[in-house]
Ligand binder design. Sequence first.
Ligand SMILES: Nc1ncnc2c1ncn2[C@@H]1O[C@H](COP(=O)(O)OP(=O)(O)OP(=O)(O)O)[C@@H](O)[C@H]1O
Length: 249
Amino acid sequence: MSESVLTVRGLVGGYSRKRPVLKEVDASVRPGELVGLLGLNGAGKSTLMKHIIGLLQPIGGTVEVCGHTLGSSGEAYRASFAFVPESPLLYDELSVWEHLEWTAMAYGVEEKTFRERAERLLDRFRMEKERTKFAGHLSKGMRQKVMLMCAFLARPPLYVIDEPFLGLDPLAIRALLEQMREEKEAGCGLIVSSHILSMLESYCDRYVVLHDGAVVASGTAEDVVAAAGTPPSGKVEQAFFRLVGGSGR
Ligand SMILES: Nc1ncnc2c1ncn2[C@@H]1O[C@H](COP(=O)(O)OP(=O)(O)OP(=O)(O)O)[C@@H](O)[C@H]1O
């Protein structure tokens, strides 16, 4: 059994065997850790996430969630993570509350825990008034909040969250950051992609920086800064720009 909730080893992957997007990617997330997945548009962040959630099959290398691989123990693998995509995917004819109920059922969350967590999430994300509304009648940001609430309701060992900040208002961003901190404290691991590094910087324990499908730096803020050759006092943002070829070179 692996100690990490996510272990990606030598992952070669993408949409065609002839032209893989990901080139020998290594990454891991330990319990209680938030790992920031950084990269410019097209770097391969979403492709890596599609591999983690099992939408894409590795061309080479392995992906393990809580020590399970999709091939050997698919059910346990799928039950061990929750994924929040960049664009909300909801059932337009189901209400907010029904989405929460369905998620709780799918993940086997017990009734009392479900009610407590659901009420808390509705309150935190300021969605109490929307609980009976159909998803099809919600704003884009509200739809994003429903996706997030469903993920947090399940409280699995691993969260895979793609670009969560886009489309959220400042209060929702604060609620999300607070919720992520709570999940970490509960021992869950999170891998979160974002272009908005400043938002994540003070919450990340480690980083994986992707460029053209390859890991150009990984580890703590200090490791990333060192990999970029920026001054030790430098910020991750500056190091990131330098690593991916933007200003700072
Ligand atoms: N469905 C697809 N079929 C073929 N190629 C794809 C597909 N989706 C993405 N790609 C290619 O894979 C590469 C990585 O894309 P990916 O979506 O993983 O980047 P990203 O880092 O998530 O970017 P962004 O920040 O813009 O969301 C790009 O070159 C892209 O053109």
